[in-house]
Design a protein around this ligand. Structure first.
Ligand code: ACO
Length: 321
C-alpha cells in the first residue's frame, strides 16, 4: 500500500509586489534581488487571511481528488504563520470546509513543513489509520518580516498549497528522509511572542525573522543533495531516472547548486520563485500544483519533493505520480 497524491491546489494573494515596487520603499534594487536570489516579485496578503488562501487551495485539491470535505479523515496544516495561535490553521480550515469528521492539527517545521506533514500523512495511511487526508502548506510571512531589514524582507512571499492523499496499490510515495539539527537553530530565528507573565522580568521582546543567509546557504547546498540521494536510493531509483525535482523555492542559487551536485540538468528542477519568492511551508505544494496544472506530471513519472529550512530541518520524498 502506498500514499498517492490524488489532487493539488494553490492560492496566492491578489497583491503583487515587484522588486521595483520594493525599491521605492527601501534601499534595494531589482538587480540586487534578482541576481542573488532569482526573485522578481512576490504576492503579499493585504486582504486575505491564511485560512482564506488555504481553503481555496484545499477546495481545488478536493475537486481534483474527486472527494468531498465530509470524506476527509484528517487535515494536516504545515505553517509557522497561522492566523491565530489558537485555534490552529487546520482546525479553522476544518470548520470552513465543514469537514466535521476530520482530525486536524498543525505542524511547524518551517520550510520543511509540507514535507513533514506529507510524510506524517503517509504513515497514517500506510498504518491503515486514515484513508483521506488533506495536507496543506501555507504562510503569510509578510506579517513576520522586519520591513526595515532589506536582507530578509525581500526574500519572502505569501500563499498556500494543498494536496489530497489517499491509499493506492500502484503509484505513490516510495521513500522518505527527514532530519533536524536544533543546535544550528540560530541561523533562522523568529521570537515573535512577548512573555506576558508578570513574574518574568527578562522575557523575550517582540522580534521578526532574522537570518544568517550564508549559514543557511551552506546548510542547504550540503544537506539537500544528500537527502535527495538517500531518498532516491531508498526508493530503488538512480538519480538520473528522476523526471522532476520539486525543491523548496528559497533561492535560485541553492537550486542550481543542488542540480550541479546531483549532476542533473537544471530543466528537471521547475521553479516559480521568480513570481512567488520564498513561501516557506507553502512553496513545495504551490510548486507541485503549478507543475500539475501545467500538465508537467504524467502517470508513473518519478518525482522527488524536498524541503529545508529553520530548525534546522530538512526532508525529501521520492514518489511515482
Ligand atoms: N538590497 C540591496 N543590498 C542588500 C540587500 C538588498 N535587499 N540586502 C543586503 N544587502 C547588502 C548588504 O547590506 C551587504 O552590504 P555591505 O557589503 O555594504 O555590507 C551586501 O548587500 C551583501 O550582503 P550579504 O548578506 O552578504 O549578501 P549575500 O551575498 O550573502 O546574499 C542572500 C544574501 C541572498 C540571502 C544569500 O546569503 C543567500 O543566498 N542565502 C541563502 C539563504 C536563503 O536564500 N534564505 C532564504 C530563506 S531561508 C529558507 O528558506 C531555508
Amino acid at each position: 500500500m502506498k500514499t498517492r497524491i490524488c489532487g493539488t491546489g494553490s492560492a496566492l494573494p491578489a497583491r503583487v509586489v515587484t522588486n521595483d515596487d520594493l525599491s521605492k520603499i527601501m534601499d534595494t534594487s531589482d538587480a540586487w534581488i534578482s541576481s542573488r536570489t532569482g526573485i522578481r516579485s512576490r504576492h503579499l496578503a493585504v486582504e486575505e487571511t491564511l485560512t482564506d488562501l488555504s481553503e481555496k487551495a484545499a477546495l481545488q485539491a478536493l475537486e481534483e481528488a474527486g472527494i468531498e470535505p465530509g470524506d476527509l479523515d484528517m487535515i494536516l496544516a504545515a505553517t509557522l504563520s497561522a492566523d491565530k495561535l489558537l485555534p490552529s490553521l487546520s482546525c479553522e480550515l476544518q470548520s470552513r470546509l465543514g469537514a466535521v469528521g476530520a482530525v486536524a492539527f498543525d505542524i511547524n517545521a518551517a520550510c520543511s513543513g509540507f514535507l513533514f506533514a506529507l510524510q506524517t500523512a503517509d504513515v497514517y495511511i500506510r498504518c491503515g489509520t486514515y484513508r483521506n487526508i488533506l495536507v496543506v502548506g501555507g504562510e503569510i510571512l509578510s506579517k513576520l518580516m522586519d520591513w526595515q531589514d532589506r536582507s530578509t524582507c525581500v526574500l519572502f512571499g505569501d500563499g498556500a498549497g494543498a494536496a489530497v492523499v489517499r491509499p493506492d496499490e500502484g503509484c505513490g510515495i516510495l521513500s522518505s528522509i527527514q532530519g533536524s539539527d536544533g543546535s544550528r537553530g540560530e541561523a533562522l530565528l523568529c521570537e515573535n511572542r512577548k512573555n506576558n507573565n508578570p513574574y518574568v522580568t527578562n522575557g523575550t521582546e517582540l522580534s521578526y525573522v532574522s537570518m544568517d543567509g550564508q549559514e543557511v546557504y551552506k546548510f542547504a547546498v550540503r544537506t539537500v543533495p544528500k537527502a535527495i540521494l538517500d531518498a532516491v536510493e531508498k526508493a530503488g531509483f538512480a538519480v538520473d531516472e528522476i523526471d522532476l525535482f520539486l525543491l523548496h523555492q528559497a533561492n535560485i542559487r541553492i537550486i542550481e547548486s543542488v542540480a550541479k551536485r546531483l549532476k542533473v540538468p537544471l530543466e528537471r528542477f521547475p521553479m516559480n520563485l521568480a513570481e512567488c519568492g520564498n513561501i516557506s511551508a507553502g512553496s513545495v505544494p504551490i510548486l507541485l500544483d503549478y507543475v500539475n496544472r501545467r500538465g508537467m506530471l504524467h502517470p508513473g513519472d518519478k518525482v522527488v519533493l524536498a524541503g529545508f529550512g529553520a530548525g534546522l530541518t530538512w526532508g525529501a520524498s521520492a514518489l511515482t505520480w
